[in-house]
Design a protein around this ligand. Structure first.
Ligand code: HEM
Length: 422
């Protein structure tokens, strides 16, 4: 039985006090990163919320609290639309990382209404379900091409040989970025997202800031090019889009394309890695996809739920009178939501540690909820479905060559590599 399936009682954690469990919630502990679920589950059973002693965040463990918090408009991803950094007891942004700050300033993930509403409405106009459905043949083409190359090798590394080039090709083809530039964007994205971990170093920040500066210059040139030669693809459409006379500024387009790339790329790659590992750990489930007993579309939902590629999201308390999981919270406090704990809450999912691709439960929180609900969810679902179906068709006897290791991060959870044998 894989470690992840062990009932909690078989692990020594059930006897630990809350304080001891909180100490085990340690993103720099390799054992925790290798399998955080026993600790997350134990915490969730002991308490709906706890104060993280390092970050000070009120940290939520249960599905219903996380879901309500995602939808609660008294909390926000940002606070600067209403409060100063000083009022929130935060230092003013460090000018050394100004390019990083500039690149995300107009990202949907850094905005709250009314700016969020305005930009999201404009993005949604060009990022329609129809546009996503129309991409399907292109996506299938990328998948087939990469799987052909994997088949020739016999053994392949899923992330490097398939998931990364695949997901970046998809998002770049949607944006209208030349395929020859995809590696550049990939490198920038990798460097920039490291800034979102709970702990970072100055070296990491410098690398992220340099990448952001290069990215801004690249996108400004791309926008100028699309203005001259529109191609009907996303960047071109963002330049053109109009809504009741409103348009997107160059800075808004730069932030928007970057958030689509970052959000769209890393989480999709990590879902493919984590989810394929889960399928390989559960050969019976894999055979259900191979035989067609369960649709690949259904498997995608369980891949997202069972080993979430995004483990923690944060919100600021913006209004008085907020109480979550029994804890009154003041304006300026920060709440953290543990997706991995919530997605395995038995109050919401029967037998939650069981990986069961036939659940067909699409109402998990893998794509968030409320006003920041993932704008790319239909695209991500389609990308992963095409991949799982393609892998199952081509490699019915797929298996892992060796036990994979996770990257040493908690918030963004993904494998270092996944070596597979066809
Ligand atoms: C499996 C892959 C993906 C997962 C698990 C995922 C997950 C999420 C989650 C949980 C949020 C909400 C964050 C919050 O509430 O704080 C979000 C937001 C977002 N996602 Fe995704 N995402 C995925 C793929 C994509 C793709 C492919 C794109 C675009 C190409 C994308 C673009 C975005 C954007 C722009 C937002 C911000 C929306 C807003 O603030 O209004 N995501 N995503």
């Amino acid at each position: 039985m894989p470690l992840d399936d062990l009932p909690l009682d078989d692990l020594p954690l059930a006897d630990l006090s809350l304080g001891e469990l909180i100490a085990r919630f340690n993103p720099s502990d390799p054992a925790f990163i290798a399998n955080p679920y026993p600790v997350l589950s134990a915490l969730r059973e002991v308490t709906p919320g706890f104060r993280n002693p390092i970050t000070g965040q009120w940290t939520l463990t249960r599905f219903s609290d996380v879901q309500e918090t995602l939808r609660d408009r008294r909390l926000g991803r940002a606070y600067t639309h209403r409060y100063s950094h000083e009022q929130f007891g935060k230092p003013t942004p460090d000018p050394r990382w100004s390019s990083f700050q500039q690149h995300e300033a107009w990202s949907l993930l850094c905005l709250e209404p009314p700016d969020h509403t305005r930009i999201r409405r404009l993005v949604a106009k060009v990022f329609t379900p129809r546009a996503v459905a129309a991409l399907r043949p292109t996506i299938e083409g990328f998948s087939t091409e990469l799987l052909d190359a994997c088949a020739e090798r016999g053994q392949f590394e899923l992330l490097r040989d398939y998931a990364m080039p695949y997901s970046v090709a998809v998002i770049c083809s949607m944006l209208g970025v030349p395929r020859s530039d995809t590696q550049l964007l990939l490198d920038w994205s990798h460097a920039i997202v490291k800034m979102y971990e709970l702990t970072t170093t100055d070296d990491v920040r410098t690398a992220a800031n340099t990448a952001a500066a290069e990215y801004i210059a690249y996108t400004a040139a791309l926008i100028a090019e699309k203005r001259k030669n529109p191609d009907g693809l996303l960047v071109s459409e963002l330049v053109r889009v109009e809504d009741e006379g409103d348009t997107l500024t160059e800075r808004e387009i730069i932030s928007t394309t970057m958030v689509l790339l970052e959000a769209g790329h890393e989480a999709t790659v990590n879902t493919l890695g984590n989810g394929t590992r889960a399928l390989m750990l559960h050969p019976h489930q894999w055979q259900r996809v191979v035989s067609g007993d369960v649709d690949a579309r259904s498997a995608v939902e369980e891949m997202l739920r069972w080993d979430s590629p995004l483990q923690l999201f944060e919100r600021w308390v913006l209004d008085d009178g907020v109480e979550i999981a029994g804890q009154p919270l003041e304006v300026g406090e920060e709440v953290a939501m543990l997706f991995g704990a919530a997605e395995r809450d038995h109050r919401r999912f029967p037998d939650p540690d069981r990986f069961d691709i036939g659940r067909g439960d699409t109402a998990h929180i893998g794509f968030g909820g409320g006003i920041h609900f993932c704008v790319g969810a239909p695209l991500a679902r389609q990308e992963i479905e095409v991949s799982v179906a393609g892998l199952a068709k081509r490699f019915p006897n797929l298996s892992m060559v060796e036990a994979p290791q996770y990257q040493p991060n908690f918030v963004i959870r993904g494998l270092q590599s996944l070596h597979l044998s066809a």
